[in-house]
Design a protein around this ligand. Structure first.
Ligand SMILES: Nc1nc2c(ncn2[C@@H]2O[C@H](COP(=O)(O)OP(=O)(O)OP(=O)(O)O)[C@@H](O)[C@H]2O)c(=O)[nH]1
Ligand SMILES: [Mg+2]
Length: 393
C-alpha cells in the first residue's frame, strides 16, 4: 500500500482517471435490396396489400419521417470504403479495448472502525498501513474526532482506492447516544454526498460523461465493530443493532492476546447467540467457493485481532508483534491472530460483495428518506386543511 495521507474529515478523492474515447468502426448491416413488386396476385391478397399500403400511408402521416435521399450506389461505395480502410476484426479489438478500460475502473473501498475507546482501532488501521510509531512512543493518543486516511493499492492496470475512517470510541469522550449520532450522521452524510453527485451527473450530457467516468464512491462499505470480553455488553448490542441497519458490519474481538483459546471459543458462542436473539443483521459473506482463509478460532465471526506497530527481530525475520515476559506474539501469524486472514478476505473475497451490499443499504436509506418526505408533506397538507376549515385561511 502506498502514498497514504491522513486528513481530517473533509478530504476528497483525486481521481487520476482520464479515459480516452476509442473510435469503433461499426460492422455495416447488410443493405437490403428493395423488394420486387408482385405483378400477379389474387383478389384477397390484393385487398390485404391495399390495406397494408393504406395503413403504412396513414402511419407515415402520423409520424412524418424526414428521409435523406442517398443514392444506393453512393451509400454502398461509402460502406465499401470504410471496410477496405479497416483491418479485419479491428472493430472487435476496439470493442475489447473499451471493455478492458471499463473493467479496469478503480474500485473504491471505504472502511470504518468503531467501538469502545482504547480497544486498538487506530492501531489496527496503522498495522494495515504498516506504520511505525515515533521513537519511544508505545501508548498512543486517543482519537478525538473522525479522521479519514486514504491510500491506493496499484497492481498493473488495477487500482484499489482504500479509505480508512478512524472514529473516536465511546465511553471515554462520548456517551453511547451521542456517539451513535456521530457515526450515523457521518454514514448518512456520505450517502448524501454520493446521491448529490449522482443527481448532478444527470444535469447535462457533458456532466454525465465527465462524472460517470470517475465512478467515485464516498459511501462507507464496511464497518469493523470492535468489542471486548469477558462479557458482551448491552451497549455493544444496542450499537450493533443500530449501525447494522445502515452499513455492513464485521465484528472484531479486540485485543485477542487477552484471552485463552477456550475463552475465545466461549465468547464467540455467546456473541453469536446474542446476535441471533436480538436479530442483528451482520455482514454474511455470500460466496459459492469456500474461502481458503479459515481462522483457527472457528469459521464464524467475530474475528480475533491482535494489533501492534512495534517491530521485533525474531530469527532472520522482522515481525510486527507484542512482547510479553514469556514470549512474543506475531500479529500476522494465523496461529496467533486473524489479522492476516481478515486483510486477505477484505481485499480478496469480501470487497465486491461489500460494495454490492452497500448499494442495497443505500437504496433502503433512500427509500426511507422518500417516505419521510412524503409523510411530512401529508402532515403539512393536513395541517393546512385544518387551518382552512377553522379560520378560513
Ligand atoms: N494488548 C493489546 N493492546 C493493544 C492491541 N491493540 C492496541 N493495543 C493497545 O491499546 C492502546 C489503545 O490503542 P488505540 O489504537 O489507540 O485504541 P483506540 O480504540 O483507537 O482508542 P480510542 O482512539 O481512544 O478510541 C494502545 O496502547 C495500543 O498499543 C492489542 O491487540 N492487544
Ligand atoms: Mg483511536
Amino acid at each position: 500500500m502506498q502514498d497514504f495521507k491522513r486528513t481530517k474529515l473533509e478530504s476528497s478523492y483525486n481521481s487520476q482517471r482520464t479515459d480516452d474515447f476509442t473510435i469503433i468502426n461499426c460492422q455495416p448491416s447488410f443493405y437490403k435490396q428493395p423488394q420486387q413488386k408482385i405483378t400477379q396476385f389474387d383478389e384477397q391478397a390484393s385487398e390485404i396489400s391495399e390495406y397494408q399500403e393504406n395503413k403504412s400511408i396513414s402511419h407515415q402521416q402520423q409520424l412524418p419521417i424526414i428521409q435523406q435521399n442517398i443514392q444506393k450506389s453512393e451509400y454502398e461505395s461509402q460502406i465499401y470504403e470504410s471496410i477496405v480502410d479497416s483491418q479485419p476484426g479491428s472493430e472487435i479489438k476496439a470493442l475489447i479495448e473499451q471493455k478492458k478500460i471499463q473493467d479496469q475502473k478503480p474500485i473504491y473501498l471505504n472502511i470504518m472502525v468503531v467501538g469502545q475507546s482504547g480497544l486498538g482501532k487506530s492501531t489496527f488501521i496503522d498495522v494495515l498501513l504498516k506504520k511505525k510509531l515515533g521513537t519511544g512512543q508505545i501508548i498512543r493518543d486517543s482519537t478525538l474526532q473522525i479522521q479519514e486516511i486514504q491510500g491506493q493499492i496499484q497492481i498493473n492496470d488495477f487500482t484499489l482506492n482504500i479509505k480508512f475512517i478512524d472514529t473516536p470510541g465511546f465511553r471515554h469522550q462520548y456517551g453511547l447516544k451521542a456517539w451513535l449520532k456521530l457515526l450515523c450522521n457521518y454514514i448518512h452524510n456520505q450517502f448524501h454526498t454520493y446521491k448529490l453527485r449522482q443527481t448532478q451527473q444527470y444535469e447535462s450530457k457533458e456532466k454525465f460523461q465527465q462524472l460517470s467516468q470517475q465512478d467515485l464512491d464516498e459511501r462507507v462499505h464496511v464497518c469493523f465493530y470492535f468489542f471486548s470480553g469477558p462479557r458482551i455488553l448491552a451497549e455493544d448490542l444496542q450499537a450493533l443493532k443500530k449501525i447494522s441497519e445502515i452499513v455492513n458490519v464485521i465484528p472484531i474481538l479486540a485485543k485477542g492476546d487477552s484471552y485463552t483459546k477456550n475463552e475465545i471459543i466461549q465468547l464467540k458462542q455467546q456473541f453469536n447467540d446474542l446476535i441471533n436473539e436480538y436479530r442483528i443483521d451482520l455482514f454474511k459473506f455470500q460466496c459459492n467457493n469456500t474461502s481458503p482463509e479459515k481462522s483457527q478460532f472457528g469459521v464464524t465471526p467475530p474475528y480475533v485481532i491482535i494489533s501492534s506497530i512495534e517491530q521485533f527481530q525474531v530469527g532472520n525475520h522482522l515481525i510486527y508483534g507484542r512482547k510479553f515476559p514469556w514470549g512474543i506474539c506475531d500479529i500476522f501469524n494465523p496461529q496467533h491472530s486473524d489479522l492476516a486472514i481478515i486483510y486477505k478476505l477484505l481485499i480478496g473475497h469480501y470487497c465486491l460483495e461489500l460494495i454490492k451490499l452497500t448499494e442495497y443499504l443505500y437504496n433502503k436509506y433512500e427509500q426511507k428518506q422518500r417516505e419521510k418526505i412524503k409523510s411530512q408533506q401529508q402532515n403539512q397538507n393536513w395541517f393546512r386543511s385544518l387551518l382552512r376549515f377553522f379560520f378560513n385561511i
